[in-house]
Design a binder for this molecule. Sequence first.
Ligand code: ATP
Ligand code: MG
Length: 150
Amino acid sequence: ELNSLIREIIDLLDLEAQRKTSNVQLQSSMPQIFVNADKQKISQVLINLISNAIHYANREKAQIVIRTNVLKNKVLVNVEDNGMGIKPELLSRIFERFYRVETSRNRNEGGSGLGLAIVKHILEAHGENISVESVYLEGTKFSFMLEKSN
Ligand code: ATP
Ligand code: MG
């Protein structure tokens, strides 16, 4: 059940950040959404995307919204932040292994540049894609689909 999985992950990341991330919220079109997917792998996808949203967030007033919307046979998942954004010319590179956007902020911080490559790999193994829209200095939205289970 996707919504409870997302809530568990928000709680886990909240604990890690010592409750600094309580501005992460879930919005859903349905109370419960069952999907056909590998639970451990999809947890990893959500952890990588939500950790990025927290990490690259607007430090003063971070807003991170995770949306789950039931479509016909699929569920659309969005992870959206109001953080630093990504320049359009770099957007196609962020799913490459070891690629990190060079900024004064993240140069000195940890991070291997593998998180999004793993996200892409896992979703492709589910027969799905990951897409991204970003406005530099305003925010970023990642979207993917999962198969609804009946
Ligand atoms: P890690 O392997 O620890 O996840 P990482 O976060 O640097 O390291 P990715 O998660 O693959 O690696 O992300 C690649 C790069 O894409 C990041 O270094 C960052 O520059 C950019 N990026 C990813 N998510 C966001 C986001 N939500 N907002 C802005 N930039 C982002
Ligand atoms: Mg990352």
